[in-house]
Design a protein around this ligand. Structure first.
Ligand SMILES: Cc1cc2nc3c(=O)[nH]c(=O)nc-3n(C[C@H](O)[C@H](O)[C@H](O)COP(=O)(O)OP(=O)(O)OC[C@H]3O[C@@H](n4cnc5c(N)ncnc54)[C@H](O)[C@@H]3O)c2cc1C
Length: 366
């Protein structure tokens, strides 16, 4: 068979979620992935399911997705752990940001509470003394992203999807795609190729934003929440060429995952030791005990980044039957499930649960 209701190109967490949602809607799907399922940016991710409130559209998509993630709370291979997030304020200025954040989250239906310095120290005794306080978001969680991608693809396959793994889409053509071996597939096409989007669709370029993570040996209960400094959002949404922010996650294995760094203009996947040192120095300012823990591995990944920080979700202008779901920067695990629903609703002409306008590729098309 070479004709399908939907050709999904790329099986990171976003493509996997789209294949899942499309088969749930009854579409005959073929999914193409040259490498491992969830082996791109998805494999590099921390897997933090987090409500970020700095941009209204991003918060709406996160909120929608976080509700959908609840389905995975009891799934063993998801390694879903509801650790909650503790946002940390170092001083009175940062503490002053918290009430507005709580109000924005509450308006989106997400509970968060202010934590004073004493409570912060009680919740996370390993944090350095002298912090001003913080904000706790108890419903935030973590998952294991490549396992989620595999689960979503397996579910799509069980509903009759076709998987073409080890194959790559070499070119788009009217009404379909051409694979690298010359095979032609016919049908509406959805590009979920993450950072590689520009290879097939140069009009919608994404910048790859490199990140490093360090994982330690097992130290259960040193940290209980995902810990982030309030300055993390400035690092994530700023356009600095290179930045770091304190971001530590307790894995369900007892390991600590330590981030985060962001770099534009670095194309090498090799770990940069100056950047790793800068990132760890930042982390030690908040968690001094990290210095004595054994690091096991360092890796890097590339976040697919749009100019305005919002993903492209929707039809490609001027192109019949070409769709895109890509550009989720550092929130693609959190927002994959909502992105997929929003995309499939548009594809089927159903009224989406969210206004799709802020995410339409048309906003940057020229
Ligand atoms: C260090 C780091 C930490 C992160 N932490 C978090 C976090 O805690 N929480 C969070 O929500 N997000 C996080 N992210 C962001 C998240 O990883 C990404 O937003 C998300 O994985 C993007 O998924 P994707 O499916 O769009 O891309 P990818 O996972 O990169 O998948 C794209 C797929 O397309 C395939 N492909 C490419 N070209 C072709 C072609 N021509 N034909 C067929 N297939 C093709 C690739 O092989 C790849 O598998 C993090 C990212 C990084 C780098």
């Amino acid at each position: 068979m070479t004709s399908f209701d939907l050709i999904v190109v790329g099986l990171g967490v976003v493509g996997a979620a789209c294949a899942d949602a499309a088969t749930e809607a009854g579409l005959r799907v073929v999914a193409i992935e040259p490498g491992g399922i969830g082996g791109g940016a998805t494999a590099a991710a921390m897997g933090h399911l987090v409500a970020m409130d700095d941009d209204a559209a991003e918060l709406a998509l996160s909120r929608y997705s976080l509700a959908l993630w609840e389905e995975f709370a009891d799934l063993p291979q998801a390694q879903f752990s509801r650790c909650g997030t503790l946002w940390i304020a170092r001083d009175e200025r940062e503490l002053g940001m918290i009430d507005a954040k709580i109000t924005r989250l509450a308006a989106a239906g997400i509970a968060a509470s202010r934590v004073d310095a004493a409570e912060l120290a009680r919740l996370e005794p390993a944090l350095v003394d002298g912090l001003a306080g913080g904000m706790r978001v108890p419903a935030d969680a973590v998952v294991y992203p490549p396992a989620i991608a595999q689960f979503l693809v397996d579910r799509a396959l069980a509903r009759g999807a076709t998987l073409m793994q080890g194959r790559r889409v070499g070119a788009l053509r009217k009404g379909g795609v051409v694979l690298d071996d010359g095979t032609i597939l016919h049908g509406p096409t959805l590009l979920t190729t993450g950072c590689a989007l520009g290879e097939l669709l140069p009009q919608l370029t994404l910048r790859a934003r490199k990140g490093h993570l360090v994982i330690t040996d097992r130290y259960p209960s040193v940290v209980r929440h995902q810990l982030l400094e309030l300055g993390y959002a400035a690092s994530a949404h700023g356009s600095d060429t290179a930045s770091v922010a304190f971001n530590v996650q307790p894995r369900p294995t007892g390991q600590l995952l330590v981030g985060s760094s962001r770099e534009f203009d670095s194309t090498s996947a090799a770990a940069s030791m100056p950047m790793v040192r800068r990132m760890l120095a930042r982390a030690v300012e908040f968690l001094p005990g990290l210095r004595s823990l054994q690091a096991l591995r360092i890796w890097t990944g590339f976040r697919p980044t749009t100019a305005d920080g919002r993903p492209y979700l929707g039809p490609v202008p001027e192109r019949q039957d070409l769709w895109v779901a890509a550009g989720h920067e550092g929130l693609g695990v959190t927002t994959a499930l909502g992105s997929a629903r929003l995309l499939v609703d548009q594809l089927l002409g159903r009224i989406p649960r969210l206004d799709p306008a802020p995410y339409l590729p048309a906003r940057v098309w020229r």
